[in-house]
Write a protein that binds this ligand. Structure first.
Ligand SMILES: [Zn+2]
Ligand SMILES: [Zn+2]
Length: 207
C-alpha cells in the first residue's frame, strides 16, 4: 500500500508545520502529473516540473509561494510549427492544518477512496496536508496550476507572420511571398456591377 511520503509529489513539511513563522525552501523537480493539456498544447506526463520557492507557516496552515516551470509542448496557432519551451507560472497556495477532512485522508490514504464532505467547498488554491501535517502533496497543485495557465493561443514568436491564407506557405520563411490580386479586384468590380444593376431595377419598380 503506497504511503503519502512515497508519492513523488510529497514534500516533507513537518519541521515548518510545527509552529508559525517558519520557512522552508523548495527547489526541486517533480514529475508532471497526467492530464495537463492535450496533443496540441500541454505538458508531457512525467516531464520535470521545477518548483522554486518556499513554504511559510502561519497560524492555521502553510503558504506556498513558488515559481513553477514546466516544459510545454505546443503548436503555433499561426504557423503550426511545434513549440517546446519552458513555461513559468507564479503560484500561491494554502495548505491548512488538519481538519476533519485531512484526518480522514490520513487514515484512508492509499485505498483509493476520495472523501467528500457534503457542503464543504474548498477554494481552488487550497490543498490538503497529509499525515497530520507531515507532508504537502503537490500533485493536484501542479496539475491545476499548469492546466489553468497554459497559453490558449501559443505563438512560436510574438510577431509570427503565420501561413499564407491562400496557399499555406510559411510567411516567416518567405517574407516577400504574395499572390497577384487581380482576381480579387475583378471580383470586386463584378460585385459592384451587380449592385448597380440591382439598384437600377429597384428604381424602375419604384416609378
Ligand atoms: Zn508561428
Ligand atoms: Zn500564398
Amino acid at each position: 500500500m503506497p504511503r503519502p511520503e512515497d508519492s513523488p509529489w510529497a514534500v516533507p513539511v513537518a519541521q515548518v508545520a510545527s509552529r508559525a513563522g517558519q520557512s522552508k525552501t523548495v527547489d526541486a523537480d517533480f514529475p508532471a502529473p497526467s492530464g495537463i493539456g492535450d496533443e496540441v498544447i500541454g505538458v508531457e506526463e512525467g516531464a520535470p516540473v521545477r518548483v522554486t520557492g518556499s513554504f511559510d507557516s502561519i497560524v492555521d496552515g502553510l503558504i506556498l509561494t513558488a515559481r513553477v516551470t514546466a516544459p510545454v509542448h505546443a503548436e503555433c496557432t499561426r504557423c503550426l510549427k511545434p513549440i517546446r519551451r519552458d513555461w513559468g507560472v507564479d503560484v500561491t497556495a494554502f495548505f491548512p492544518y488538519e481538519s476533519e477532512r485531512d484526518a480522514n485522508r490520513g487514515r484512508d490514504d492509499g485505498k483509493g477512496e476520495v472523501d467528500i464532505i457534503a457542503g464543504e467547498e474548498e477554494s481552488e488554491d487550497t490543498y490538503p496536508l497529509l499525515q497530520g501535517g507531515a507532508f504537502a502533496d503537490l500533485e493536484a497543485l501542479l496539475r491545476d496550476t499548469l492546466v489553468e495557465k497554459l497559453p490558449l493561443q501559443p505563438l512560436c514568436r510574438e510577431d509570427c507572420k503565420g501561413l499564407c491564407s491562400q496557399c499555406g506557405v510559411d510567411l516567416n520563411e518567405h517574407p516577400d511571398h504574395h499572390h497577384e490580386t487581380t482576381d480579387i479586384r475583378f471580383a470586386g468590380l463584378a460585385a459592384l456591377k451587380a449592385q448597380l444593376e440591382a439598384d437600377g431595377q429597384g428604381d424602375g419598380k419604384g416609378e
